[in-house]
Design a protein around this ligand. Structure first.
Ligand code: M6R
Length: 592
């Protein structure tokens, strides 16, 4: 959600061009508008435009200076427009902001009564005005005085006419400082912007400040005391961020599903003992997350209850906090998040810790807020995921949940379960490389609505299938339990709808097959995604069949989800939608 980047180089270097390239790598955080502000220490110049970062390209030649800050926006307050694009300016001051200023309306009213004029509908513009009013030749003090007045979340960068530094502040929104190998220093919302520029970085802590110049970085705590920056490796590299010959990141990342599972399995051994310790005396587990991460949690619940016998609930993180959850020191909360920055999930984790629970994070992001908070972090080693729609990170999350359940289960069953997961990369590879989903994708692309259903683990995958399809193709869709069809959804079934029934468990095949019959009886179009040969034979000629490799029923979610995510991808492409940048969405949702 909103990508920001800053760069300070030696005098006469070209900072705008560097920031432009960095913003291009952050577009998955938002693509409603973009802008860059530049200074050479004297005047500050700004270019900002509605639309993708690329729109800035023609204006770059006019942006001269060695210090620049930039922003790519996911609109929250105010529509996508030139005026609402960042940077926001007040006199000689320019700011970029990621987060939400919750008390912006009162601040704006107060500042307006003092004669200040506002040019945008955003919550962020007040920061520029406040900073300008607080600035008396000391960047750090002005920033500290400004953020003292703010409620909400922020990662802020400020440049100011007459200054040779970027001032930065962070609270609840991510901010990293990169130490360049090229005589420049950087600041960004996340790592891809700094790929191949820096090998080390500092993850700025909540309430901290930074002053960044070309040859120095100063970090201060909330009391403005200088602190020694903890330096950690920056892992993003450009090669991993490229399309690697694929037409879209979604396709590339689907092809990386096998590696994601394999690397997550390898990385797991590093946390096994800490995890066992965290599960000591735990009588109940609550899994939480949002969107696709929540769907991974639905599968995780089944693993934990079946393998380890621990009662497990799953709640979306945005709901969790408002349900007065019954949590104590015997509760373990599993917080799942690709980015580790999703505000609802991070806040759910914070609340759980405050109530005495242990929090285990399952995340793809080693230096995220969630990792920082968690008692233990189980790494999802999916590598960078650029497409807004989650694919390989979801499969990595399921692998991590499988391993967690296997680790804490009885020794007698453990070996078998752990051995099984090693087949998953090859099974997923077979599905992604060989699946013939084109006919079904054409059916979906032409339909008025697509309904996914299944029982037990297939139901969890049906939920993910539906989310992925609507997210990238904009076709109305629902994922529900197959048994529920006759309790309402059947009313929607007609020739213009497609019902996709997932049947991967032989024991449930007969019951789930009933749903297919009911759809056909109402003249709906039907498809069956199955690993069960008999089911495929039964519906041959009556429904579209997608046959998956035969596998253990607890591994089926890996391959079935790869199949439905691929279906979503193909459908989006047939409808000429860009699956990497779905409308209105951003990859990390750092506001509540
Ligand atoms: O970074 P997170 O895993 O916490 O993100 C949670 C959701 O926003 C995310 O999974 C979203 O639903 C995906 N775009 C779905 O493809």
């Amino acid at each position: 959600m909103c990508g920001i980047m800053g760069c300070v180089g030696p005098a006469s270097s070209d900072a705008a061009n560097t920031v432009y390239k960095g913003l291009k790598k952050l577009e998955y955080r938002g693509y409603d508008s973009a802008g860059i502000a530049v200074t050479d220490g004297n005047a500050v110049n700004v270019v900002k435009k509605k639309g993708a970062v690329e729109k800035l390209l023609p204006s770059l030649a006019g942006l001269n200076g060695n210090i620049a800050i930039g922003h790519t926006r996911w609109a929250t307050h105010g529509k996508p427009s030139d005026a609402n694009a960042h940077p926001h300016r007040s006199g000689g001051v320019c700011i970029v902001h990621n987060g939400i200023i919750e008390n912006y309306a009162e601040l704006r009213e107060e500042l307006s009564s003092l004669g200040e004029t506002f040019y945008s509908e955003t919550d962020s513009e007040v920061v520029a005005v406040l900073f300008r009013r607080n600035y008396r030749g000391d960047l750090l003090r002005a920033l500290a005085e400004t953020v003292k007045l703010l409620k909400g979340s922020y990662a802020l960068m400020v440049i100011c006419a007459g200054e040779q530094k970027i001032a930065a502040a962070k609270y609840k929104s991510p901010l990293i400082i990169g130490y360049g190998d090229d005589g420049k220093n950087y600041c960004a919302s996340d790592e891809p912007a700094l790929a191949d520029k820096c090998k080390i970085m500092t993850v700025l802590g909540d309430g901290c400040f930074a002053l960044i110049s070309a040859d120095n970085v100063e970090i201060y705590d909330g009391g403005l005391r200088p602190v020694t920056a903890k330096k950690v490796p920056l892992t993003a590299v450009s090669a991993e961020l490229s399309l690697n010959g694929c037409s879209h990141y979604m396709l590339k990342e689907l092809r990386e599903v096998p590696v994601s599972v394999k690397n997550t399995v390898s990385a797991f051994s590093g946390v096994e003992s800490k995890l066992k310790e965290a599960f000591k005396n735990v009588s109940r587990v609550i899994i939480t997350g949002c969107g696709t991460a929540y769907h991974a949690g639905l599968i995780g619940k089944r693993y934990l209850e079946r393998f380890a016998g621990i009662p497990t609930e799953v709640q979306t993180a945005g709901e969790f906090r408002y349900t007065e959850p019954l949590i104590n020191e015997n509760t373990l909360v599993l917080a799942i998040s690709q980015s580790g920055e999703t505000a609802d999930t991070v806040e759910a984790a914070r609340l759980s810790l405050a109530k005495g629970a242990k929090v285990v994070a399952v995340t793809n992001s080693a230096y995220s807020e969630l990792t920082r908070l968690a008692t233990v972090t189980v790494p999802v080693a999916a590598g960078p995921e650029i497409c807004v729609a989650a694919t390989k990170s979801y499969t990595g999350q399921i692998a991590a949940l499988y391993l967690i359940a296997a680790t804490i289960c009885d020794e007698s069953v453990k070996t078998n379960i752990l051995g099984n997961i090693n087949c998953v990369p090859e099974l997923c590879k077979q599905v992604i490389e060989n699946i013939n989903i084109n006919t079904l994708a054409h059916m979906c692309a032409k339909s008025r609505g697509v309904y996914f259903m299944g029982r037990d683990l297939d139901y969890a995958v049906a939920r993910e299938a539906s989310l992925k399809l609507k997210e990238v193709s904009y076709i109305p869709s629902e994922g529900y339990a197959a048994g529920e069809l006759k309790h309402g959804t059947l009313a929607l079934i007609d020739r213009k709808t497609v019902s996709v029934v997932l049947i991967t468990d032989k024991e449930l095949a007969e019951k789930s097959a009933n749903a297919v019959e009911q759809v056909l009886a109402r003249k709906g179009k039907a498809a069956v995604i199955t690993c069960v040969k008999e089911v495929a034979e039964n519906f041959e000629g009556r429904a579209e069949i997608v046959l998956l490799p035969k596998c253990d029923k607890f591994l089926a979610p890996f391959i079935a989800s790869s199949a439905v995510q691929y279906l979503a991808y193909r459908t989006a492409v047939l409808r000429r939608k860009n699956p990497d940048k779905p409308r209105n969405l951003a990859k990390s949702v750092t506001v509540e």
